[in-house]
Design a protein around this ligand. Structure first.
Ligand code: FUL
Length: 510
């Protein structure tokens, strides 16, 4: 018995494996011999396929954000206003942005995206582009600014801030004509220049139709692909907020998952080729929902999915839905079905007419946060001996399995390119109970892994506890029941390039 190249773990007495190890060991030595002189920097791992941009990498780290739908509909008890609403109706009596942001933060969210203008066209900030805004409401004598208040509160509580500004505007007289386009760009310009750093700009896909455009009821039909001149809008966002990701049905940076249930498909690839838009990214309202649900293996673009869903049946607050607030356990399931499949989870929590989050919603958020903290409190893998079937360049510092548990996204374990069955071994000093397994790929280098098996050593042989295909930014596996293990391995069963994993988490029952 020897130790695996990562050092530390007991070898499995399997002859085939031992033969392969011997072969691998000599191959490593040969590779090491061919390497540059000692002290010379080794080249970085080469990237595979479409890879994330720095702004996408920063977004991937957030994983869980809040959405706020608040506006005219809150007061009219509707989901879609038609553009004829009287601005005076908007009058929250106890508006408290800190209460909202604090409750969201308590759930584990990292950012908050505010619907600054919904399809009814009412602007929650004092825009120069229309009178149909908070300026014309009696709220705070027309001096209120919801965008300012929420963005400031986000800043105070260490949350990032994002904006949604509906392209469709059922109030604007110019909607559907070329004259609306500079108005819309001006609205975006105001939002992207006056409220600090924005982490995400959310472009909704609902487009064109009936409304009270300029006061007269009518239908305005537009071509969603050409009308808005999206390339010009993307360029504007890039210029004003270079670090913000742009969300729409098909990117360019983040794609819609294709449903409003908060669930990603399984598998779910971070890469995508938006075929409905002629293979090009970035047309809101234009996607193939079935394909978006799973993404496209080796797709043309790194375009990770976002799963949006409301904590209530509606996006806006309706008193009749007070008893339909999702429970902490439903929210936990959604977390596993989104974050746990490499997507981000965007959970809408709509404020009441008073301008606060409602008690049942706050209770669910706080319980969810407690549950998440409890579940992921202690990574048992940190106290285990970690080893690997092989280590890239035999450089255990840069590429060894210890990097899997250091909580850094920039260090990772990578196998030697000639390792045909790469695996990481986990040896606990004492038997442990595990229930949740977390894996993260080093996605800077692309989505490489296409299959893994988590196996438990029962003293004689390996038994499979779980398998998965896509990993990406994170894969969370919940075992049906806690399992006792002393020795475990994560075997990469399929990979398009030498695998590179940045995180391995093993969590017991909470
Ligand atoms: C949809 C909109 O029509 C809904 O009202 C909501 O804003 C949701 C997030 O996106 O397309």
């Amino acid at each position: 018995m020897g130790s695996a190249p990562g050092g530390g773990c007991m070898e499995v007495p399997d002859l085939t494996l031992m033969r392969r190890r011997t072969f691998l060991a000599s191959a490593f030595l040969a590779a090491a011999g061919a390497a540059a002189a000692p002290g010379a920097p080794s080249p970085a791992l080469s990237r595979f396929g479409a890879c994330p941009s720095p702004r996408q990498l920063a977004w991937h780290k957030m994983q869980f954000d809040g959405f706020i739908h608040f506006g005219m509909n809150t007061f009219t008890n509707k989901e879609w206003g038609n553009g004829s609403e009287n601005p005076n109706i908007f009058n929250p009596t106890h508006f408290d942005p800190d209460q909202m942001v604090e409750a969201m933060k308590a759930s584990g969210m990292k950012g908050v995206i505010l619907v600054c203008k919904h399809h009814d066209g009412f602007c929650l900030w004092p825009t120069q582009t229309t009178r149909h805004s908070v300026q014309s409401s009696r709220w705070r004598g027309g001096k209120g600014n919801v965008v300012r208040a929420i963005s400031d509160a986000a800043g105070r509580h260490g949350m990032k801030f994002g904006v949604y500004c509906s392209p469709w505007d059922r109030n604007n007289a110019a909607y559907g004509t070329p004259a609306y386009l500079p108005i819309y760009r001006q609205q975006l310009t105001e939002l992207l220049t006056q409220y600090g750093l924005v982490f995400e700009v959310w472009f909704d896909g609902a487009n064109g139709g009936t409304g009270y455009y300029g006061g007269a009821w009518g239908r305005r039909t537009i071509d969603k692909r050409t009308y808005y001149d999206w390339p010009r809008i993307w360029a504007l966002v890039r210029r004003l907020q270079p670090d913000a990701v742009i969300f729409s049905d098909a990117g360019p940076d983040v794609r819609w998952i294709g449903n409003e249930n908060g669930m990603a498909g399984n598998p779910c690839w971070e890469t995508f080729t938006p075929l409905t838009a002629g293979g090009q990214p970035g047309v809101p309202g234009d996607t193939d929902e079935k394909t978006a649900l799973h993404g496209v293996r080796n797709g043309r673009f790194w375009m990770p999915p976002e799963c949006d869903v409301s904590i209530r049946p509606g996006w806006f607050w309706h008193p009749s839905q007070n008893s339909e607030v999702k429970t902490p356990s439903q929210l936990m399931d959604l977390y596993y079905d989104s974050v746990g499949r490499g997507a981000s989870f965007l959970l809408n929590v709509p404020p009441t007419r008073a301008g606060v989050l409602d008690a049942p919603d706050v209770a669910s958020l706080s319980q969810l946060g407690r549950e998440l903290r409890k579940t992921f409190r202690r990574n048992l893998a940190q106290s285990a001996v970690l080893s690997a079937s092989s280590i890239r360049r035999r450089d255990a510092v840069r590429f060894g399995p210890r990097n899997l548990v250091d909580e850094s996204f920039s260090t990772f374990w990578s196998a030697n390119p000639i390792d045909t069955s790469p695996a990481v071994y986990v040896d606990f000093p004492r038997e442990q109970q595990i229930e949740i397994i977390s894996l993260r790929e080093a996605i800077t280098y692309g989505q490489r892994i296409g299959g893994i098996a988590v196996e438990r050593w029962d003293g004689k042989s390996w038994t499979v506890l779980a398998t998965a295909t896509s990993i990406g930014s994170q894969r969370l596996i919940r075992l049906p029941a806690p399992v006792k293990v002393q020795r475990l391995r994560v075997r990469i069963t399929k990979s398009e390039a030498p695998p590179a994993l940045t995180g391995l988490g093993l969590f017991g029952p909470s």
